[in-house]
Design a binder for this molecule. Sequence first.
Ligand SMILES: [Zn+2]
Length: 409
Amino acid sequence: MTNFNKIAKRIDSFRDQMIEMQIQLCAIPAMSPLSGGEGEAKKAEFLLKFLKKNGFKNIKVIKAPDLDAPAGYRPNILVIHEGKNSSKTIWIMTHMDVVPPGELALWKGDPFKAWVEEGKIYGRGVEDNQQDMLASLFVLKAFQAEGIKPNFDVGIALVADEETGSKKGIQYVLNHTKAFRTQDLIIVPDAGNREGDMIEVAEKSLLWLKFKTLGKQAHGSTPEKGINSFKAASFLVTELDNLYQIFSKKNPLFDPPNSTFEPTKKEPNVPNINTIPGEDIFYMDSRILPEYKIEEVEEEIKKMTKKTEEKFKVKVNLEEAQKAPAAPPTPAKALVVSALKKAIREVYKRDAKPMGIGGGTVAALFRQSGFEAACWAKFDETAHQPNEYCFIDNMLGDAKVFAHIFLQD
Ligand SMILES: [Zn+2]
């Protein structure tokens, strides 16, 4: 039997233990204080006990101070499991925090008393992010049980605060430690699809703008005495659609492959039909390919607002509601991508593709700090929803993908 087959078989033998631990972890709701919770301190205690009981020795706890958490800190756990060669580390990072359950009436059962049904475990946090947290812990347990060493060091990062911005989580760890090296492989199993064939390596920049158009209110019967701000804003909305032509580059890594510029939210103006509105507010959500700078887009938008101001004699105030430049993408040929592809091919029999998404994964924080990181997991994408579940087979399968990578040269 090959080493991989031995490990895979051992992982299968942990099935019941993994289910039990999912249920135990769900019973410790680790919500951020920003979402009305206590933070991750109790969940971290539980995990530390597990790590010590299972013979893990190189464990570090990095506490990010947080006076809003009863413990006074947010815990981040780093574990190093020694391999045959320490010249690089293969990291698996998952997060301990969960989002609130939301409307309880929408759940079939108690979100914090996880239950098993037809090959799935239900409960808040079981997929996001405990599925792969347990995969990362039990794969190492399998290596220990078989007396097999991974080819390189393996690092397990269990972090706090992923759901509310990561400032007390991985961002804190990146700022306060030198745990990661540029040659390391960093896998963040916190995004994925049903087939398990999407490796996320890039993001678009995000720009949310508020447009406030100021005209002059008047009676509906005498529009010439006012300036219709809604009419001017409507003109501006159609002008903004030209951004699609101006920034028309396509990048096949992304779906959709182009930048997007969409008017979204609209605030109410006047309450009655017979008033010419003097003020109009709408918003735009832009997702911009990393090929463009956000500032270039803003420059074009300013030209359009100026044109509108001149044509309609209004004033348009622009406000940034959110602006997040894309991190440099992880190259599609990066080692972490090819390692994942090989392992996914072996375990799930699929050809995985590196892809970009619209924005917002925690891997971007690694990329911003100069590390190559890839997001991958086999997910049914039930995160943050009522009746969140994880396929038990995905938990075991993802553990085997990690095992395969730990055994690659
Ligand atoms: Zn997550």
